[in-house]
Design a protein around this ligand. Structure first.
Ligand code: 86X
Ligand code: MG
Length: 513
């Protein structure tokens, strides 16, 4: 069967797997589990994101570099304390040909340990700052958990930016600039709303100073999902890797001191594609936001049958070609489907499955009225556009589709982000696919306790035959920069009934990926 067979509301995980396969975005790399092939439909989206992001970081004087994909255990040693938790994910090369390597090398899971010995070598004076390098590459993390296309893979494409600054303030400014670009990738290209915030001490990058994040929301299962992270590393890595400069403003007559530089690192991966698919897709398949869709308009001839006179058919197709030229010169990525032997209905289904945002039907009846008929992929709305209006109306309609997709997702996220001030209301809120905002003390122990308190246990499920898996506990997603009112410092308590501490801020919690 070429079309979708699984309903998104009936079996979301199976629907997701089917749609990324049937929309020809992904192929499972069956040779080795946890790896996926990104087909042209996915690579077009990734390259659109890359161009958009690359242009903007170049404007921030970020330069591109390419470092080796292997790292030695020696350089890993330098960051051993926070690496130990990740050790099970490291992939090692131990042989070349039939000879064992003297020293095994690890495939990069991220490039701090590869890059920073050279940051130490290159950064001598404050005049070498800021150093800002970005890599577009892939990394390998041998995930133990179940993998899923785009969201969790053992190898994925991403960009990793690594910068060095003279002061905490300069580093902090860049952390937020990059986070805003990440939000832009989601909100402006993928039509996906995100909450900006800071990770708690428990959820932040252990090797860093603080982590800022954009958090997404998957309406189908009510789960939060980390979208992309921009970390301030503080001076942690410059101390591990000895990256220092002479103090340009030595106080008083003290001989110039050496300052450990302040660093950031920031990453966004192909996970963003999976989030977009999950949010916008429907039971007919993919729904692509026009700004990232390879084909924005597919034109399909109708009313042409075997009995159509050859010269009528030829003239009709010439008009079709003309319309395509008009749209392309209006900057619309347009194609037509004149495959013989397939009915218009078959073609409609095929392009709906692939998520093309706008279909134009053109038949003799349309020609007679100098119009084309359109059908929106997101709402199914149909109508006609005068051929003379195409080059202005179609771009407008595509922008309307883009913003309607965003607004629908934004309303859904907003209505499922619930402020809660009574603990008993938390689990019922999670059970109807909400994420929650609660007054929280931000302490790691308290988060662990909350995870336990909100993990459903066996006896709560129905009888043995329906032994449902215990419902997943909630984790902190972020401390939103945009804080609701209501927390009275020194008075409002942490919402966790087993915690005595005072609330520090509202913290967003939810079941999550
Ligand atoms: O998230 C980003 C953005 C781009 C640059 N890097 C940071 C931190 C990456 C954390 N992280 C994430 N995963 C890891 C997996 C590993 F196997 C090892 Cl050894 C280390 C790590 C690790 O440090
Ligand atoms: Mg991980």
């Amino acid at each position: 069967i070429i079309g979708m067979t699984v309903s998104k509301t009936e079996n979301f995980p199976a629907w997701y797997q089917e749609v990324v396969l049937k929309a020809e975005m992904i192929e499972y790399y069956t040779e080795i589990s946890g790896f996926f092939i990104l087909r042209p439909a996915s690579m077009f989206i990734w390259n659109t994101i890359r161009k958009w992001f690359q242009e903007r970081i170049e404007a921030m004087d970020v330069e591109e570099a390419s470092f080796p994909m292997f790292l030695s255990s020696k350089s890993l040693e330098k960051e051993k304390d926070h690496v130990e938790g990740f050790a099970p994910e490291l992939a090692w090369v131990t042989k070349a040909g039939d000879k064992d390597l003297e020293v095994p090398v690890a495939v990069r899971p991220t490039s701090e340990a590869v890059m920073y010995p050279y940051y130490s070598k290159w950064i001598r004076s404050h005049r070498d700052l800021p150093l800002r390098l970005n890599q577009w590459n892939s990394v390998v993390r041998w995930e133990a958990k179940q993998t899923t296309p785009f969201l969790r893979a053992r190898e994925f494409l991403w960009q990793e930016g690594h910068t060095a600054h003279l002061t905490e303030e300069l580093a902090g400014e860049e952390v937020l600039q990059i986070l805003e670009l990440y939000a832009g990738v989601y909100e402006q290209l993928l039509a996906v709303p995100v909450v900006r915030g800071r990770k708690t001490e428990k959820e932040k990058f252990a090797g860093g100073y603080y982590t800022t994040t954009v958090e997404g929301y998957i309406p189908s299962n009510g789960r939060g999902i980390q979208g992309a992270t921009s970390h301030c590393l503080g001076q942690n890595f410059s101390k591990m890797f000895d990256i220092t400069v002479e103090d340009p403003h030595p106080k008083g007559d003290e001989k110039a001191k050496h300052i450990h530089v302040w660093q950031n690192s920031w990453g966004l991966s192909t996970r963003v594609i999976g989030v977009m698919v999950m949010i916008h897709g429907d039971d007919k398949g993919l729904v692509l936001p026009p700004r990232i869709s390879k084909i924005q308009v597919i034109m399909i001839p109708v009313g042409i049958t075997k009995s159509t006179a050859p010269e009528d058919k030829a003239r009709h197709y010439d008009q079709l070609e003309e319309i395509k030229r008009t749209l392309k010169s209006a900057g619309v990525r347009t194609d037509y489907d004149i495959r013989d032997g397939y009915t218009p209905a078959w073609k409609f289904n095929d392009w709906e499955l692939k998520g093309v945002p706008l279909r134009l039907e053109y038949g003799p009846k349309d020609a007679a009225k100098s119009v084309v008929s359109f059908a929106r992929r997101d709402t199914g709305e149909k109508g006609t556009i005068a051929i003379s209006e195409l080059s202005t109306e179609v771009p407008k309609l595509l922008e309307t589709i883009q913003s309607d997709l965003y607004n629908k997702a934004e309303a859904s996220f907003r209505s499922h982000r619930i402020e809660i001030t009574e603990w008993e209301k938390v689990i019922p809120a999670l059970d109807v696919k909400n994420v929650v905002l609660i007054p929280h003390c931000l302490k790691e122990k308290c988060e662990d306790k909350i995870k336990d308190l909100t993990t459903g246990n066996q006896e709560e499920t129905e009888g043995p035959e329906q032994m449902k898996a215990p419902s997943m506990g909630m984790k902190s997603l972020c401390i939103p920069f945009d804080q609701p009112a209501g927390i009275v410092k020194g008075e409002t308590k942490c919402l966790n009934p087993e915690c005595e501490a005072l609330a520090e801020s509202w913290c967003m919690f939810g079941r999550s990926y």
